[in-house]
Design a protein around this ligand. Structure first.
Ligand SMILES: Nc1nc2c(c(=O)[nH]1)N[C@H]1C(S)=C(S)[C@@H](COP(=O)(O)OP(=O)(O)OC[C@H]3O[C@@H](n4cnc5c(=O)[nH]c(N)nc54)[C@H](O)[C@@H]3O)O[C@H]1N2
Ligand SMILES: Nc1nc2c(c(=O)[nH]1)N[C@H]1C(S)=C(S)[C@@H](COP(=O)(O)OP(=O)(O)OC[C@H]3O[C@@H](n4cnc5c(=O)[nH]c(N)nc54)[C@H](O)[C@@H]3O)O[C@H]1N2
Ligand code: SF4
Ligand SMILES: [Mo]
Length: 722
């Protein structure tokens, strides 16, 4: 029996795991007590990595659809099929005829993270979509405008704060997001134990809210109004305290006028929060020795997501809490961060091109995934005819799931890189499975840039590839060469090119690109690129240094980084960037809305992983979880009984799900989790199909936050009937 140390790739918390193996069988998984960051913490999901490894439904060989049925083939044959069909579409209909959808696990997989962009570039399409536009795009844009980088996100310093206000996040179920921290439960409890306060703003009394000092049951989509009223109060009552931030700010005084209409009284109806509470919370925030406002998916996947994201940091700035210990701080990642390299600031722009059908603006090189179905099913010049999905299940994860499902059936050609034959990949002509997590190395390129401590941790692969398997980066490199030249090249061609580009990007006077490349020889693939990034990074370490420290290297608590972290044209924090300032008019226009009828929000459960956790028996055991939560008052009014099926209808579609009547949700709001609906024909998910649930995104219209293009997944008007 051997024990292997590796980082869990299943969520953003990056826990260290100690995995015992007997040959290629996983015999046990526990938290790694010596991990410099997680200190032994593990959640129930982390213990299921072995079940994923042994899952008989997990794809181990490529599949090709022949006469409507999938047959297992080797990679050679799969690539021959791609060679036969992909270049023909590119040649006949142009580069934009091939779309790409990049799903969430891509960022948990260093192979895919490093090679998906080169693959996209080789295809040369504008039709790039990703899970980011059903997730954090508003936060990225707000940060790009304010600080000059989409990943220059202020992270709540939860280990040192005296006051944490959490909006639209449930880290006790999700284990945290845009705030990488193993053991959120322990770290949150520590705030209270040292005499601090935790406030949770959420329409539901979540597990996180239940463990906090105070729960504020906001109405869905009320966050931008509420935060504007907090900021208003801070200005109005003379509570602004910029401290050492002042010389680093541009346009802070403009914010006062922008939030002026949003008095606590004026927002009370849209937020559902009485003016006294809002005022008190603003005073508490200003009075706390250190404080931090933290907003997550409930604040971004809604109508005013970008404004809410901006106002989170306005509240942090106004109280002097940006960039100070205990406030919201900027991590300094060991590898891959653009804000650790010297760089000239520039004014960030979106809308360099627009989507064909509705003219939605490009953001960070992508189009909103809410537009994907229409780009496929609306005929005309520039129509999407082929799709490549990478680690994504957009039929269950993105708006108007039923329409997208139909649209995918009409494509000329579809390739999926995925580990399962699921609701989305059933439409593919070719499925290329990556090796599973234990067969690949791991480094959190993205999450170390979003972490509450500066930590670096590398895990080598535990198991080798089996015959007939291929690394995911190699598959991507081969597809890139087919898209670029019409025929297959060895993956090393693209690999060399990517390594050179990365080396040139991080080269300095001390380390030239050539020096870097020769220093990391003979490594190849992601290891070589990572080694280059580490050598060019702020701590000047090498991959060997990380290999020598399997429990990770801790570079310590976050340090103040202003103004060095900024890449704005002014070199200052832009407090009132024009696109955000202009969007405030939209918020003002909505101020007099009267809430009317029920609205739908989502939720997550500790034992889920978006749409793909449900094929593991340990993840779906227990009572049914895909239920419509509703408040007893709403249930009584509508004659709904607990456990009985109810019909839920929106402008996009309708579903039937069992009702779960609970005080833990505010009146006027109902909640259904996403990622369910495993009852479609042709999928190969034997466990998930047994507890199929319903696809909540059948109810999600393809409406977006107009500034960011991010889908509105929360606050959807619905009718519920018994
Ligand atoms: N167990 C588990 N963990 C996960 C995932 C998973 O599927 N399962 N998914 C991972 C991913 S991809 C992500 S992005 C993260 C997300 O991590 P979190 O942001 O913590 O996600 P949720 O747990 O969905 O919490 C969102 C909360 O927002 C509330 N909410 C809904 N609408 C509003 C609103 O308008 N205003 C406010 N203030 N609150 C609102 C919901 O009630 C919910 O409690 O989780 C990650 N971790
Ligand atoms: N209503 C509603 N909808 C939501 C949300 C919500 O809160 N409410 N949350 C949104 C959020 S935050 C997100 S991030 C999205 C997620 O949206 P997606 O990323 O589209 O969906 P996932 O369910 O994460 O699907 C991941 C897919 O990747 C596959 N996979 C897993 N590991 C690998 C790998 O290493 N390589 C490859 N190639 N494939 C792999 C899995 O089999 C699965 O098919 O969903 C969004 N949708
Ligand atoms: S919290 Fe996340 S990273 Fe930690 S064990 Fe659970 S799933 Fe893995
Ligand atoms: Mo996400």
């Amino acid at each position: 029996m051997d024990t292997f140390i590796r980082t869990c790739p299943l969520c953003e918390a990056t826990c260290g795991l100690a995995i015992t193996m007997d040959g290629d069988r996983v015999t046990g998984i526990r938290g790694d007590d010596d991990d410099v960051f997680s200190h032994g913490f593990i959640c129930p999901k982390g213990t299921t990595l072995g079940d994923l490894h042994h899952d008989p439904d997990r794809l181990r060989r490529p599949l090709i659809k022949r006469d409507g049925r999938f047959v297992e083939v080797g990679f050679d044959e799969a690539f021959a099929e791609i060679e036969r069909r992909l270049p023909a579409i590119l040649n006949e209909h142009g580069r934009d005829a091939v779309a790409l959808y990049i799903g969430n696990p891509t960022v948990h997989n260093v192979d895919a993270t490093m090679f998906v962009k080169p693959m996209a570039k080789a295809i040369g399409t504008r039709n790039i979509f990703s899970a980011s536009t059903v997730d954090q795009r508003p936060k990225e844009l707000a940060c790009a405008w304010m600080f000059g980088g989409g990943l220059t996100v202020p992270i709540p310093d939860i280990d040192r704060t005296d006051y944490l206000m959490i909006l639209g996040a449930n880290p006790l179920e999700s284990n945290g997001s845009l705030a990488t921290a193993p053991d959120w439960p322990g770290r949150m409890q520590a705030i209270r134990s040292r005499g601090g306060k935790v406030v949770v703003v959420d329409p539901r009394r979540t597990r996180t809210a239940a463990k906090a000092d105070e729960h504020v049951a906001i109405r869905p989509a009320g966050d931008a109004f509420f935060l504007a009223a907090i900021a208003h109060t801070i200005f109005d009552e003379g509570l602004v305290s910029l401290g050492s931030l002042e010389p680093h700010l541009n346009g802070f005084d403009d914010v006062r006028a922008l939030v002026a209409p949003f008095t606590p009284e004026a927002v009370a109806t849209v937020t559902g929060i009485d003016a006294d509470t809002t005022r008190r919370l603003a005073r508490e925030l200003a009075a706390a020795p250190t404080a931090c406002v933290y907003g997550r998916i409930g604040t971004t996947t809604q109508e005013f997501g970008t404004l809410a994201s901006w106002l989170v940091d306005i509240c942090n700035i106004a109280t002097g809490n940006l960039d100070r210990p205990g406030g919201a701080m900027f991590p300094k990642a060991a590898a891959g961060a653009s804000n650790t390299r010297p760089g000239k600031g520039r004014t960030f722009r979106i809308g360099r091109f627009a989507s064909r059908v509705r003219g939605a603006a490009e953001t960070l090189g992508e189009l909103p995934v809410a537009c994907l179905a229409e780009e496929i099913d609306v005929p005309g010049e520039g129509q999407v005819r082929a799709l490549i999905t990478v680690a994504g299940n957009p039929v269950l994860s993105t708006p108007d799931g039923a329409r997208l499902d139909r649209a995918l059936a009409g494509l000329d050609f579809m390739i999926s890189l995925d580990v399962y034959l699921n609701e989305t990949t059933r439409h593919a002509d070719v499925i290329l499975p990556p090796p599973e997590p234990l067969q690949r190395s791991h480094y959190d390129l993205a999450f170390s840039q979003l972490s509450v401590r500066n930590v670096a941790n590398y895990s080598p692969a535990i198991l080798p590839l089996e015959d007939g398997q291929m690394h995911e980066w190699e598959s991507m490199a081969v597809i890139a060469s087919i898209a670029q030249t019409g025929s297959r090249a060895d993956p090393s061609v693209v690999d060399d090119l990517v390594a050179l580009t990365v080396a040139q990007g991080v080269a300095t006077e001390v380390h030239s690109a050539e020096d870097l490349l020769s220093a990391v020889a003979p490594r190849r693939g992601p290891e070589r690129i990572l080694d280059i990034m580490l050598r060019g990074g702020p701590y000047d370490i090498t991959l060997d240094d990380l290999i020598a420290q399997p429990h990770g290297i801790d570079f310590g608590a976050l340090q103040p980084r202003l103004p060095e972290v900024l890449r704005t044209e002014s070199g200052k924090v832009e407090c009132a960037p024009p696109p955000l300032a202009e969007d405030v008019a939209r918020l003002r226009a909505a101020l007099d809305r009267k809430p009317n009828g029920l609205v739908l929000v989502g939720r997550r459960h500790l034992r889920s992983n978006n749409s793909w956790g449900h094929n593991i028996a340990a993840m779906v055991k227990g009572r049914e979880r895909c239920t419509l939560q509703m408040n007893p008052a709403d249930a009584a009014r509508l004659g709904v009984e607990d456990g009985k099926p109810v019909k839920i209808a929106s402008s996009a579609g309708e579903l039937v799900a069992p009702a779960e009547i609970t005080d833990d949700i505010r009146e006027g709001v109902v909640s259904l989790p996403h990622g369910w609906g495993h009852d479609l024909p042709g999928i190969r998910l034997s466990v998930a199909s047994e507890k199929a649930g319903v696809n909540s995104n059948v109810l999600t219209p393809s409406v977006v936050d107009t500034l960011s293009g991010n889908a509105v997944l929360n606050g959807i008007p619905v009718d519920v009937s018994a």
